[in-house]
Design a protein around this ligand. Structure first.
Ligand code: 13P
Length: 287
């Protein structure tokens, strides 16, 4: 069931668990995530970066595929189709394409411009029934060629953006996209505490979910995180399972080269990763 992400995240906040955002790249990714959420009776958010949107030939294609697949698989758990790290133009395009949720990432603008653009997009999103996420303090690491510095968000700026009527807020607390380096200092829980205290209990979003140790995930949820984004970990498990299949020579046996066979181990591996995360985040049986 395609819905916006507002209610599922308010429920998560009040129930002290988090809903996973899993990024999609193609049909296999989408199918694996939807089936696993349904199996675990969990709400889920499908994240689409601008790069992945382009790869899938545009946001309209993505929205049509997700809507049709949600129906044909008989998915009854709440599913939000969400733009990840959207530009101002990308956010508008996703509203028009039929997404149910957008993120506007204005973290690289100065605060006044971030406020102005976020304000405009809040009105547009809400007019069309979509939920909207905004960001303060850029997330470190590299995603789709965008390199963030891993800032710690300023609580006063978070309060300002959270006060614009957005539905959930991404605030940098030392989290980064991709694998964490060996010398990573961990999440800054003092910063998270201050951000939570200054943003009127708005659901908070933790980006860079790949590789964050379980105890830190649980602590972050206890301090107000209600949405956790995972992308790289599904890519790694897909690649690992596909490599094993090819290295075992299975693509050369019988009809093992058939894409439906070749891509099956990777699709199963994504399901296992999503299952593990849904259980860790506590959203199973919360649909
Ligand atoms: P990872 O790729 O580190 O899991 O981060 C995903 C993310 O935050 C998407 O916005």
């Amino acid at each position: 069931m395609l819905v916006n992400a507002t209610n599922m995240l308010l429920k998560a906040r009040d129930g002290h668990y988090a809903v996973g955002q899993f990024n999609i790249n193609n049909l296999e990714w989408t199918k694996s995530i939807l089936l696993t959420a349904q199996e675990l009776n969990s709400p889920v958010i499908l994240g689409v970066s601008e790069g992945a949107g382009k790869y899938m030939t545009g946001f309209k294609t993505v929205a049509a595929m997700v809507k049709a697949m949600d129906e044909s698989l008989g998915i009854t758990v709440p599913v939000a189709l969400h733009l990840d790290h959207g530009t101002y133009e990308g956010a508008k395009a996703c509203v028009a394409a039929g997404f149910t949720s957008i993120m506007f990432d204005g973290s690289h603008y100065d605060i006044d411009e971030n406020v102005a653009k976020t304000t405009e997009l809040v009105a547009l999103a809400h007019d069309h029934g979509l939920s909207i996420e905004a960001e303060v303090g850029s997330i470190g690491g590299e995603e789709d060629g965008v390199v963030g510095m891993g800032e710690i968000a300023d609580p006063a700026q978070c309060a300002k953006i959270a006060g614009l009527g957005i539905d959930f807020l991404a605030a940098g607390i030392g989290n980064i996209h991709g694998k964490y380096p060996a010398n990573w200092k961990g999440l800054d829980f003092d910063a998270l505490d201050k951000i939570h205290a200054s943003t009127n209990n708005i659901p908070l979003v933790l980006h860079g979910g790949t590789g964050i140790p379980e105890d830190m995930i649980k602590k972050a949820i206890s301090l107000g995180v209600s949405k956790i984004n995972v992308n790289t970990e599904c890519q790694l498990s897909f690649a690992d399972a596909t490599r094993k299949y090819i290295e075992a020579g299975k693509d050369l046996q019988g009809k093992g080269f058939d894409p439906r066979k070749l891509l099956a181990p990777g699709a199963e591996a994504i399901k296992a990763t999503v299952r593990e995360k849904i259980e860790l985040f506590g959203s199973a049986n919360k649909a």
